[in-house]
Design a protein around this ligand. Structure first.
Ligand code: FE2
Length: 340
């Protein structure tokens, strides 16, 4: 059985007034250095020993992602997908002064209402992603949220499975995600599947002052490879940081040691914005006051019950790791590579 998600999306081109858009390039530089983002933490208990997002990682390793297999060596694959991220605003806190206008942008709030047809929009986070030439982002859906399930307490892949199963929709908190761009990037298209996994991907060309907004917890999406200028791509490891040096020059360092240098025009900078979308005040209150929470045991029991009905479990539940792999295999169906 294939799930059909509500896949409305909005593209904004141009997005902001030009001076505002240009100021965000300066803000990116003024912010300082960027750490590497990796979700490499391993699971305990259910899914023991597997990475948090083994659903997306295994699919990428198996298929090579949207454009099919191109690398065989694991070190190269790791370098390609270890990009840089920092948070500009979260809840009430602002870490990048000057980001407030985008955080509370009425344009984004209006577009979020349109995507979900829900009136109450509460912006929750703004963060920046920086990808270097040769980097890309595997096709995935984002980690959704449910009342009572939390990515800091529960495995990320399990929360993803819970959403794809469709069994817990009453507890889900729809989140609108916008991604916006402030430079013309060579390659690095934002590819997404608005018509589901059987439909064609739409590759949004990344250029100055444009944005898209959609339900990235439901719509599969990824970033095609940013045009490569270095061959081979340097070994990029999670402890490294990316520093601005002024004048459009950036450098990756491992502690004191320089790893590689880049020009702004060869990089890919995006700003992500996420907002909760509530149907009414009662729903917002249930979320704030935790009066109608789901718990992880209920989720796992219901999923196992469903797996029995589908004939995927007979008798005893499989051990932790095997059960985790079975859950992802049964519920998280990725779009096939689009180039053969
Ligand atoms: Fe994403």
């Amino acid at each position: 059985m294939q799930r059909h998600f509500f896949n409305r999306y909005v593209e904004l081109d141009p997005f902001l007034d030009e001076a505002h858009a240009r100021s965000l390039v300066q803000l990116c530089e003024d912010f300082g250095s960027y750490g590497m983002y990796s979700e490499e933490g391993l699971n305990d208990g259910l899914g023991e020993g597997l990475p948090q997002r083994f659903d997306a990682a295994f699919n990428f390793l198996r298929t090579g992602g949207r454009l099919g297999p191109r690398d065989s060596d694991l070190g190269t694959l790791v370098a390609r997908t270890n990009y840089f991220r920092e948070t500009y605003a979260y809840g009430e806190q602002v870490f990048a002064p000057g980001i407030e206008a985008l955080y509370q942008s009425s344009r984004l709030i209006e577009a979020a209402r349109e995507v979900f047809d829900r009136p109450i929009i509460e912006p929750a986070i703004v963060y920046a992603n920086l990808l270097l030439p040769g980097q890309e982002l595997a096709v995935h859906t984002d980690v959704p949220e449910f009342r009572g399930l939390n990515r800091t307490l529960h495995p990320q892949w399990l929360i993803v499975v819970a959403h794809h199963s469709g069994l817990f929709d009453d507890y889900r908190m729809p989140i609108a995600t916008s991604v916006s761009w402030y430079q013309d990037t060579n390659g690095g298209e934002f590819a997404f599947y608005p018509d589901g996994i059987e439909g064609a991907a739409r590759a949004h060309d990344v250029h100055f002052n444009t944005a898209v907004i959609m339900d990235t917890d439901s719509v599969f999406h990824g970033v095609d490879r940013v045009t490569e200028i270095d061959r081979p791509i340097p070994t990029l490891l999670p402890r490294m940081r990316l520093y601005p040096e002024g004048g459009g020059h950036w450098v990756v360092r491992d502690g004191e040691e320089e790893v590689s240098r880049y020009r702004w025009d060869d990089m890919r900078f995006s700003i992500s914005w996420k907002a909760y979308c509530f149907r009414n005040e009662a729903e917002r209150a249930a979320w704030r006051n935790r009066t109608d929470d789901l718990d992880a045991t209920t989720v796992i029991d219901a999923l196992c019950e469903d797996l029995k009905k589908r004939g995927r479990i007979e008798g005893e539940r499989p051990p932790n790791r095997a059960l985790a792999e079975l859950l992802v295999d049964e519920y998280v169906k990725f779009p096939p590579p689009s180039v053969s």
